[in-house]
Structure formats: C-alpha cells, structure tokens
Design a protein around this ligand. Structure first.
Ligand code: TPP
Length: 578
C-alpha cells in the first residue's frame, strides 16, 4: 500500500505497510464524539474538504453546513451552552477570519468551542509560496495571530508525529479552561495514519482542581465570621458561576444561609428563580422592584462569580461598598478590603462555607415585608397596536421546563431579563460581548443540542439583519424553535444611548424573507402580528398545530416602545461614555 511518511518538514510518498493507527481525521472525529460533540457546524472550503470527509465518516458525528462561518461559530457557541462543548470547522483565513468574531464571543462567555480550520498543505510550510485565501503575502501565520488573543490555546498541526499530542492538548486545555481552542489541520493530512491515532481513542482524564487546603480553611473561617455577624446579608450570583460549574454548591450555600438571593443581569439563567429566597435581578438603578434596595442596603453582600463591567454596573453607578463585599471568584476569595485567598475554588469554598453558617431567618423577612407584587393587569383596547410589555406577558406564559429563552442584544436584554424563569427553563444571552446577530446562530446550535427543549428566541430587527440566513439551517435540521422578531424599525437600544439618523434601519418584509428561505423545504410557519389578538392566535398556532415547525412571528411595535429599564440604563451608560 502506498502511504505518506514525514521527512523533515515535508511529506513525500513512500511504500510501506500502514501503521496500526487510524487516520488523523478519524482520530479528531472520535475525540469530538468522546467529549460530547455530536454535531459540528461547518462551511466547506478546499483546505478542509478532506477533513470533512473524515468527520462525516464517523457514524456518531453529524456535520451541519451553515450559510456562513460567523453563524457556524455562533451555533457552536449555542451548542456549547447546552452541552458543555461545541465545535465548528472552517477553511483557511477566509473562513478563519469570518468565524473570529464568534470565537471572541465564546471566549468572553467562557465557552469551550473547538474551532478547527483546514490549513495549508504541510509541504508548503517553510517555502516562500503565496497561497490563495491569504492577503497575498507568503505568510501563513496571519490567521493564527488573530486567533491568539481569542482562544486559550492554538495547535498548528502540520506533521503527523506531533498531531496526536497537539490535538489532545488543545482539546483538554479548552475543556479545563472553559475557553475556545484553535486547531489548524494541514489539508493533506486528514487521511494519513500514525500509530498514535488509536482506532478507539483513550478516554480523556481531566484532573479535578483541588484547593489549597490551608487557604480554603482560612477563607471559609474568615467569611463565616464576617457573615455570621451580619444582620442583613444577601447573596448575588454572577456570570462566572458557569465556568466554575458551581450552581449546585451555590444552592447549598443559599439553602444553608437563608439569605435573600439575587442574580446579576449577566448571570440570568444560572441562579434558580423558583428558589423561595429569590428576590430578582440586581442591576443597580435598573434592578427588579425592591431587589436593588435590598442589595444596596445590606450590611454584607456575597457576590459569587461577578463581572462588573460598564453595562452590568449601569455606567459604574452601583452603590456597592468594598468593605461589605465578599467576592467569590472561580479560584479566589476576597474578603472586603482584604485578605484575599488564591487557589481556593468556588465549589469547594461554597460547600464548606454552607456548613459553617448560622441560618439567618430575618434577612429574607426584610424583603418580604416591603415587597409589593406587580399587580396591575395590562389592559388594551381591541385593535389597539401591540405593545412590547404585552408581548412579554404572553412570552412569560409560554415558559416551562421544556423551553429555553435566547435573548438577543438590544431591548430584548431588558425585556427578557424581567421574565420569571420556571425551574429548568433554559436562558442564554451574550451580555459581555454583545455582538448583534449572535442569537440566530446560537438558536440553531442550542436547539440542536437540546432537542428536549423548544427554543424561544427574542430578536430585534437590527440584529436579525446581520445573520438571518441561518434560519435556513434550522429548517434543514428540522428544528421547531419559535422566533419572535421584534420589528421596531431601528436600533432602539442605541437610540437610548445616543440617537442619530444611523439608528434607523431599512424595513424588511421579514416573514416574506423567511418564506423565501423556506422555499417549500422543511416545516416552517410564519405570521405578522400587530395586535394582541393576532399575537394570541399566532402563539396558539405555534404551540398547537405547528408545534413541530420552525415558527417565525414578526411582531410590529412602535419605534419608541421600549422597556423602562432601557431608558434608565441608556441614560446612565451614555453619561459614563460621554
Ligand atoms: N455591531 C455588532 C456586531 N454588535 C453590536 N453590538 C453593534 C454593532 C452595536 N449595536 C448594539 S445594539 C445594536 C447595535 C447596532 C442595535 C440592535 O438593534 P435591534 O436588534 O433592532 O434591537 P432593539 O434595541 O431595537 O430591540
């Protein structure tokens, strides 16, 4: 049999017996399956075609062709949110630079997305050749350099001897750090074999992280001493709960302490809202009713996995004092103005702390005493134009443990933030990076990973215009998500930060567009609604006769119909940025 063997940096043909191992391509395919990836999102190109052949040859792997690389990356992001890991495959540079924005988003949200790029022929490295799909210089490293800042590890696989080690190290680092990895595979290597490419790969072993015991004990003792003296302590869950995989330990801590529990806006979905001590979203001046007052008047607050950025701090206007703050990060605990304990892991810390705390039964009473439930029923006249708050009243009624909400950047952030999530109802958004268009790809990927849930996506018209094409892929995959396209004629969130003519967008016939994409293939149902009656009917159809179809409901609302929170937040963020 004629096989390829490595000679120095190049590969030449030689006659020999094939080594016992499998091929590089099948090794990578098996590794993906092994870590939980069953669907890979891709766009083909001549640098990755041979690799794609090997991926589709793996029976447990499903290759999903997307309309563009940005959406393939967002789909891998959405998939990783539901399954813990996601993957995409694109081609050299033209594909790589197109997917880059999605990978940066995944980095910001701590998602292990394995980004695989079909790279130059291994024989071309070290030559002065100019390749197509580059900017025309004899330099293959441009794409790699771009990925260096948005992935935790980069593996350039251009020889067989290192391939196994490079691939496995990249994948395990991504999983350990919960960040994206970049793997470039030379286009001529996927079919080649090597003894290290086991036909049945050896399982991964990721060593568990164990805290420094002395630091852990000291941190727990100091925190318990501080909290046990507090009269009105409160807990606030932050977005790093996800990367620390600490949701269960957080619950233990909440149950044992008895403290009121709030969630930062960027952590919605990570804190159980059905918990009896849940008091709402803490977001400074735009917190949910009574929640901001309770948090800011507390004499001790434990923030678990917070990120305080300009958006989550409402333009740096939070009334949080360091001397009352316990900050628990995935691997560090800081008590007020000091001390700080490193190499102390969140899960271990919270579980140990739960055992040392006196239960506080009065702190929650303070909230219950002042709380007045939102009681005024929303009324509307028949044929009156639909209002956004009525839309979200109906979306609230659709939520259950069998649904997941995907909230796009824009006013949807604020409207979805106010939804009260039932137990096990999924909730995803991209608040740190906030790249508009994310939700279309993320809906595709999430729905593919969580087939037991119906995704309800809330997408503004401006965002939808960025990535709309991959509704096509949702149809190809037979998905039944419900997309609410909120047509308010512009970039409303931007209007509230700083307005100008650039915030008005061209109106599209969105349902017409989706019908054109549908083109008679797959199950699709669309509706345009202008009144509450039309909305009620559309939801009944989407959840009834069309429960198995992709449902696209375009909701027409006034251009100035925004949440009150966006108005307040917009003025404060604008103030901080001017
Ligand atoms: N480009 C990208 C990729 N991401 C961004 N966040 C922006 C530009 C700036 N930006 C933030 S929100 C937004 C823009 C342009 C408008 C969103 O409009 P729309 O989706 O219609 O939501 P609305 O606020 O109207 O509900």
């Amino acid at each position: 049999m004629e096989i390829q063997a490595i000679h120095g940096s190049g590969i030449t043909a030689c006659s020999a017996q094939a080594p016992a191992g499998g091929s590089l391509g099948s090794h990578l395919a098996k590794r993906l399956v092994q870590i939980g990836v069953k669907d890979v999102f891709s766009v083909p190109g001549d640098f990755n075609l041979a690799l794609l052949d090997h991926l589709i040859a793996e029976p447990e792997l499903n290759l999903i062709g997307c309309c563009n690389e940005l959406n393939a990356g967002y789909a891998a992001d959405g998939y990783a949110r539901a399954k813990g890991v996601g993957a995409c495959v694109v081609t050299f540079t033209v594909g790589g630079l197109s997917v880059l924005n999605a990978i940066a988003g995944a980095y910001s949200e701590n998602l292990p997305v394995i980004c695989i790029v079909g790279g130059p022929n291994s024989n071309d490295y070290g030559t002065n050749r100019i390749l197509h799909h580059t900017i025309g210089l004899p330099d293959f490293s441009q794409e790699l350099r771009c990925f260096q800042t948005v992935t935790c590890i980069q593996a350039v696989v251009n020889n067989l001897d290192d391939a196994h080690e490079l691939i496995d190290t990249a994948i395990s680092t991504a999983l350990k750090e919960s960040k994206p990895a970049y793997i470039s595979i030379s286009c001529n290597l996927p079919g080649l074999s090597h003894p290290t490419f086991a036909r049945e790969p050896v399982p991964f072993f990721l060593a568990p992280k164990v805290s420094n015991q002395l630091g852990l004990e000291a941190a727990v003792d100091a925190t318990a001493e501080f909290l046990n003296k507090a009269v009105k302590p409160v807990i606030v869950g932050g977005p790093k709960l996800r990367v620390a995989k600490a949701q269960q330990a957080f619950l233990e801590f909440a149950n044992a302490s008895g403290y009121p529990v709030a969630v930062m806006p960027s952590a919605k979905g990570l804190v159980p809202e059905h918990h009896p001590h849940f008091i709402g979203t803490y977001w400074g001046a735009v917190s949910s009713s009574f929640c901001g007052e309770i948090v800011e008047s507390a004499d001790a607050y434990v923030f678990v996995g917070p990120i305080f950025n300009d958006y989550s701090s409402v333009g740096y206007s939070l009334l949080i004092k360091k001397e009352k703050l316990i900050s628990v990060q995935p691997n560090r605990v800081t008590i007020c103005n000091g001390p700080s304990f490193g190499w102390v892991f969140m899960t271990e810390f919270l579980s140990a702390l739960a055992k040392k705390l006196k239960k506080n039964s009065t702190a929650m009473e303070n909230f219950r005493r002042i709380y007045v439930p939102p009681g005024v029923a929303l009324t509307r006249g028949k044929d009156e134009p639909l209002r956004v708050n009525i839309l979200f009243k109906h979306i609230q009624e659709m939520l259950s443990q069998e649904t997941a909400v995907i909230a796009e950047t824009g006013d949807s952030w604020f409207n979805c933030q106010k939804l009260r999530l039932p137990e096990n109802c999924g909730y995803e958004f991209q608040m740190q990076y906030g790249s508009i268009g994310w939700s279309v790809g993320a809906t595709l990927g999430y729905a593919q990973a969580a087939r037991n849930k119906r995704v309800i996506a809330c997408i503004g018209d401006g965002s939808f215009q960025v990535t709309a094409q991959d509704v096509s892929t949702m149809l190809r995959c037979g998905q039944n998500s419900i997309i609410f396209l909120i047509n308010n004629g512009g970039y409303t969130i931007e209007v509230e930060i700083h307005d100008g003519p650039y915030n008005v967008i061209k109106n599209w016939d969105y349902t017409g567009l989706v019908n054109a994409i549908h083109n008679g293939e797959g199950k699709c149902w669309t509706a345009k609604v202008r009144t509450e009656d039309e909305l009620t009917e559309a939801i009944a159809t989407a959840t009834g006769t069309h429960k198995d179809s992709l449902c696209f409901i375009e909701v027409l609302v006034h251009k100035d119909d925004t949440s009150k929170e966006l108005l307040e937040w917009g003025s404060r963020v604008s103030n901080a940025n001017s």
